[in-house]
Design a protein around this ligand. Structure first.
Ligand code: PGA
Length: 257
């Protein structure tokens, strides 16, 4: 398995300009001491992208928490993929549960966001995940596959190489409850085989599939040991440099020659 791990810190609507820049520079400094193959990305609130990009000094990837589905125009309050790229972003989240379930974003708009981001040269970290109700009703797999297919509608085989996934069961986000490594591994394998069926084996083998939902230093190693878990999308624990970097350390894989 030669996928580089990816650890993302989703800062959500936390911090201010000064603490965001300080957190980015602390994470960047600590990241330099990690040995092994792992990329670190942070997703600050939009107004802090540029100051975080500067503070990261090229040692961290910087991403948007969301992106508009439109290229430009009269869309008050929205931020385009080109604007994210201009601020130094290399990637963006699409379909985080707090937008999907909290704000009602669904397949077609999310696919449009993915395509806009990819068209502007950004990578996409597409988030999927079922609710507790879905899981208890035995439809977690169907819901997650529908989200995957919906969010990637119209994304070509060439562009899929710039897409990573995050499986984040909604019942595990910010709740302190985590999917067990076996539950995570099972869903990641389902996602990977769907990518293989709808794209090809190479795209599936290259795709990074992150787990998200109450990831902490204490549970990271067990999750990262799973064959199809290639990193984590971290909320709460990404707001402290120490815990975020400890999770990244647990995710680092041997460097390929
Ligand atoms: P959490 O958030 O780590 O605080 O559960 C994860 C996320 O929302 O991406």
């Amino acid at each position: 398995m030669d996928r580089r791990s990816l650890i993302g810190g989703n800062w959500k609507m936390h911090l201010d300009a000064e603490s965001a820049a300080a957190l980015a520079s602390d994470v960047a400094a600590a990241a330099a001491g990690i040995t092994g193959a792992v990329d670190l990305a942070v997703f600050p609130p939009h107004p802090y992208l540029q100051c975080v990009f500067k503070a990261a000094g090229g040692h961290l990837l910087v991403g948007g928490q969301d992106v508009s589905d439109q290229p430009e125009g009269a869309f008050t309050g929205q931020v385009s993929a080109a604007m994210l790229a201009d601020c130094g972003c290399q990637l963006t989240l699409v379909g985080h549960s707090e937008r999907r379930h909290g704000l009602g974003e669904t397949g077609p708009v999310l696919a449009q966001k993915s395509r806009q981001a990819l068209r502007c040269g950004l990578r996409v970290l597409l988030c999927v995940g079922e609710t507790l109700e879905d899981r208890e009703a035995g439809r977690a797999r169907d819901v997650v596959l529908e989200q995957l297919r919906g969010g990637l509608e119209g994304v070509s085989t060439e562009a899929i190489s710039r897409v990573d996934l995050a499986y984040e069961p909604v019942w595990a986000i910010g709740t302190g409850r985590t999917a067990g490594p076996q539950e995570a591994q099972e869903m990641h394998a389902v996602l990977r085989s769907d990518i293989e069926a709808r794209y090809d084996a190479r795209s599936a083998a290259r795709m990074r599939i992150l787990y998200g939902g109450s990831v902490k230093p204490s549970n990271a190693a067990d999750l990262m040991a799973c064959e199809d878990v290639d990193g984590a999308l971290v909320g709460g624990a990404s707001l402290q440099a120490d815990s975020f970097v400890e999770i990244a350390r647990a995710a680092a894989r041997p460097e390929q020659p």
